[in-house]
Write a protein that binds this ligand. Structure first.
Ligand code: KG4
Ligand code: ZN
Length: 341
């Protein structure tokens, strides 16, 4: 079975084609970064309008470049939530309509399930059950995954998601949107010994996160230090490094705790912050101590893409699941509500 996947939940238009026999056949992402950069963040209405312009042309481009006639597509998957509702509506309407026109089944995919399954596009793919750390711009979650559609939430962010904390902290440091990768680059030059930021909620039991305090800590440190420093560029790099160390350390501490709690030795990491090199290095070091295997998607599949939606869609469509003609995108949606396969 061959599935076309469409992702439009936020500021990236993503298209992918996954084939059950041959694996990922094609994919492309169009990023709206330039559109939102001047506003310092995603403007939902501009995102929706640009998805309207880009989704169909990107689908045509991907099919043409891979030499795949539309008749070769056996099913269509689209992101149905969570995300920006206007943006979701575009991909869902295009995907559902194409499936109807082509006479093939369609399925709405949970965006975070797409992220969660993205490491299965790599070899070796993780086997169930595993513990998953999902770290994106909108979500920070630890889950226990028993099988596709059987997810138990272990903990999540009570305020800012990890990616959101990277983005907001980057803004405080005067970095351009999107802040996460820019902050990570600045932190490369920072001295990890100069400042020590707190590791929120690690001194008590539990697997929830709270990252919003780190942002305030950054602001206070920046204001205090700017008044006394002779080298503001170095101070900013050192603060970026201290923030990154604290955020990464906090995620690693909770992952170790979750693995022990679930008596599991497989960890899956996905979502945009999963592309962070320091996070990967620290998780690898922790996993070696815990005799645990860690699975990541390649960096381009950590951030939003259509390949992960095509793959998740293939898993569900081949199991006979499908969406009726009346589709329902949802801006909020718990992964625990998903049906098993
Ligand atoms: O998964 P994603 O592409 O979109 C959502 O579903 O939200 O994640 C985007 C988030 C942004 O907050 C971005 O700043 C962050 O992932 N991000 C990073 C890195 N690359 C992307 N954060 C830290 N380090 C990175 N290298
Ligand atoms: Zn995402």
């Amino acid at each position: 079975m061959r599935v076309l996947g469409i992702e439009t939940s936020c500021d990236e238009t993503g298209v992918g084609v996954f084939d059950g026999d041959r694996g990922l056949l094609a994919h492309a992402v169009y990023s709206q970064v330039e559109i939102h950069a001047e506003y310092g963040g995603v403007v939902p209405e501009l995102a929706s309008r640009d998805h309207v312009r880009k989704t169909l042309p990107l689908i045509r481009q991907v099919l043409r470049e891979a030499g795949l006639p539309k008749e070769s597509i056996d099913g269509v998957a689209f992101t149905a939530g969570p995300g920006l509702i206007g943006a979701l509506l575009v991909g869902a309407a295009v995907g559902r309509a194409l499936a109807w026109a082509w006479g093939v089944p369609a399925i709405g995919i949970h965006h975070m399930e797409g992220h969660l399954l993205a490491p299965m596009l790599e070899a070796p793919a993780p086997a169930f059950p595993f513990v998953a750390l999902l770290v994106s711009g909108g979500h920070t979650q630890l889950l226990e995954a028993a099988a596709i559609g059987r997810y138990r939430l272990l903990g999540e962010s009570l305020d800012d998601a990890a990616g959101e904390a990277f983005d907001k902290t980057a803004k405080i440091l005067g970095l351009p949107y999107p802040g996460g990768p820019a902050l990570a680059r600045l932190a490369e030059h920072g001295d990890p010994q100069r400042y020590r930021f707190p590791r929120p909620m690690t001194d008590r039991p539990g697997l929830d996160f709270s990252f919003s305090g780190l942002k305030t800590f950054t602001l206070n440190t920046l204001q205090r230090e700017t008044a006394r420093t002779h080298d503001p560029a170095r101070t900013r790099a050192d603060i970026a490094r201290a923030f990154e160390e604290a955020a990464v350390d906090t995620l690693v501490i909770k992952c170790r705790r979750a693995l022990r709690q679930c008596a599991n030795r497989r960890l899956v990491v996905a979502g945009g912050v999963g592309a962070n090199r320091r996070l990967r290095a620290r998780l690898d070091a922790m996993a070696a101590q815990e005799d645990t295997e860690v699975f990541y998607p390649r960096p381009e599949f950590c951030t939003d893409n259509g390949a992960m939606i095509a793959y998740a869609g293939w898993q569900r469509l081949r199991a006979g699941q499908a969406e009726p003609l009346a589709f329902t995108p949802r801006s909020r949606w718990s992964m625990e509500e998903l049906p098993p396969v």
